[in-house]
Design a protein around this ligand. Structure first.
Ligand code: ES4
Ligand code: ZN
Length: 317
């Protein structure tokens, strides 16, 4: 089978990608140099040698550390442009990407720089690649609740071009219930809602995301499988789950790709899609993920088409 662009009949949407997680080592070094920032790595290989993770937190430590070199709108635009170029190769026609406002404002970067740079690149993605790109601001759940509310206020004041509010970062100990207020405000503003839940956290967090935040999609949601009643509800309501198989392997949510429950999820009637999460850190983009699933899980062309169709149906269009 040839590598390269695979055209899915009705398009392919990536619904779960953190733009900061597309930050490739070469670009990290290039932006460090441009901004005259000394990196705590000897060279590219030293950095690449650190991409081995025991859990979500050990990954997040490196993910947040590398963001230090993102300072200007130009930096954020360059980051997103590199992702769109790669996403086009992967055959993506719609990209709904997360960004973490607090990860930048907390270290002194103006929200304006972040939003302007990303929005500029998103507009370019349509012109250059025909990719329909849309931004999802994500609440960093292991930071203070008051900061989440202030961040949302700032986003609304500047009329940031976002389509949805998300919830990410370290999950266990930071239940969705903490963030009811900010998500209620987002719904009142007409924004769509998605939330990471059931990645490392229990099925109860998935229920909370649905019932307390008004989540229309669940990011990961893989631990829902531990709760048959919850699975029945997700099937019944056709709540989309944005699965990230390579992420699950690299963060040890599953042992190997061959052990991934993706096929079981499809067979159960769940509306599941395949996404890259943090492709620069987890060993591949969506096309790489499909290839790996074909090789290691025996994913068929028909299953792949179902996954692509699910992604388009789950998009916030
Ligand atoms: C993330 Cl894999 C994952 N889980 C939760 N939050 C995140 N932020 C970036 N990647
Ligand atoms: Zn994620």
């Amino acid at each position: 089978v040839e590598e390269g662009v695979v055209l899915h009949e009705h398009g392919l949407a990536e619904l779960h990608v953190h733009i900061e997680g597309t930050f490739e080592p070469e670009l990290i070094f290039a932006l460090a140099e441009r901004n005259r920032i000394e990196l705590p790595y000897r060279d590219l290989d030293d950095l690449r040698g650190r991409y081995e993770f025991g859990d979500l937190t050990s990954f997040l430590d490196l993910y947040y550390a590398n963001m230090d070199v993102l300072r200007t709108a130009q930096d954020f635009a360059d980051l997103a442009r590199a992702y769109f170029a790669r996403a086009a190769q992967a055959g993506i026609t719609r990209a709904e990407f997360f960004f973490d406002p607090q990860a930048h404002t907390a270290r002194g970067v103006e929200l304006r720089e972040v939003v302007d740079g990303l929005a500029d690149a998103a507009a370019g993605a349509r012109r250059e690649y025909g990719i329909d790109a849309a931004m999802i601001a994500s609440i960093v759940r292991d930071r203070p609740v008051a900061e989440a509310n202030d961040t949302f206020t700032d986003l609304m004041k500047m009329q940031a071009p976002i389509i949805a509010l998300g919830l990410d970062s370290a999950e266990v100990g930071y239940p969705p219930s903490l963030f009811e207020d900010v998500f209620a405000r987002a719904r009142a503003e007409g924004l769509r809602i998605t939330a990471h839940a059931g990645e490392e956290g229990p099925p109860e967090y998935v229920r909370q995301a649905l019932d307390l935040l008004g989540a229309e999609r669940i990011d990961h949601g893989i631990r829902s499988l531990e709760d048959p009643e919850l699975v029945a509800r997700l099937v019944d309501e056709q709540i989309p789950l944005t699965a990230c198989p390579l992420s699950n392997v690299r963060l040890r949510v599953v042992d190997t790709l061959a052990d991934h429950p993706l096929r079981r999820m499809l067979e159960a009637g769940l509306s599941v899609s395949v996404n890259s999460d943090d492709p620069a850190y987890f060993g591949g983009y969506v096309d790489d993920t499909f290839s790996a699933l074909r090789e290691q899980l025996g994913l068929t062309d028909e299953e792949r088409q179902v996954l692509a169709d699910n992604s388009m149906r789950a998009a916030f269009l």
